[in-house]
Design a protein around this ligand. Structure first.
Ligand SMILES: *[C@@H]1O[C@H](CO)[C@@H](O)[C@H](O)[C@H]1NC(C)=O
Ligand SMILES: *[C@@H]1O[C@H](CO)[C@@H](O)[C@H](O)[C@H]1NC(C)=O
Ligand SMILES: *[C@@H]1O[C@H](CO)[C@@H](O)[C@H](O)[C@H]1NC(C)=O
Ligand SMILES: *[C@@H]1O[C@H](CO)[C@@H](O)[C@H](O)[C@H]1NC(C)=O
Length: 148
């Protein structure tokens, strides 16, 4: 019995650490305007943690929400036009005066010149392998930008 009780806190800790740190869109902020054909910067951040996970691939995509009366279905349902697909390696910045930034990666992306104007979902899907057993984990998140 004593053995089981002493094991419980350990088990609770073990399950709580086995998750990938959630990533999120640091910029652009909601409703940022970007003109079709121009480039814009996207910063994807992911908190620092002692949990173990490996970022395998990230997809950043843009979807015009016009056909859903300005509300897209969300990035878990539909991603649209792929602007970036590849590795994701968040780093602390070394630039002076920006030390408060969480680990992140900057991407310079281009809105296709023929992209339909209006509210658009900037959707992200990130695939991780988590913990010592490397279980596959997919997270999606989004913000809305306005293509002008
Ligand atoms: C995007 O970031 C690059 C590198 O920091 C910078 O030179 C460029 O001006 C930025 N572009 C926009 C549209 O802010
Ligand atoms: C990770 O663990 C080290 C050593 O225990 C600790 O100093 C550090 O603050 C931890 N980092 C995070 C983000 O929890
Ligand atoms: C990402 O961009 C921001 C804003 O321009 C900048 O402060 C930061 O240093 C950049 N991060 C990296 C890792 O280059
Ligand atoms: C992300 O997409 C969902 C589904 O369309 C939407 O409800 C939510 O407002 C979006 N989030 C942001 C920050 O735009």
């Amino acid at each position: 019995m004593r053995f089981i009780f002493s094991l419980l806190p350990f088990l609770a800790l073990a399950t709580s650490v086995v998750h990938a740190q959630n990533a999120y869109i640091y910029t652009p902020t909601d409703m940022t305007e970007v003109s079709a054909g121009s480039s814009f910067n996207v910063t994807i951040a992911q908190g620092d943690s002692n949990s173990s996970w490996k970022n395998i691939a990230i997809v950043i995509a843009l979807l015009n929400c016009h056909e859903y009366s300005s509300t897209c279905l969300g990035p878990a349902e539909e991603l649209g036009t792929i602007l970036y697909s590849g590795p994701f390696n968040p780093q602390f910045t070394t630039e002076p005066g920006t030390a408060e930034l969480p680990p992140h990666e900057n991407f310079t992306l281009t809105v296709p010149s023929d992209f339909e104007t209006g509210q658009s979902q900037l959707g992200v899907a990130l695939f991780d392998l988590v913990g010592a057993l490397l279980f596959p984990y997919l997270q999606t998140f989004n913000t809305t930008i306005v293509v002008t």
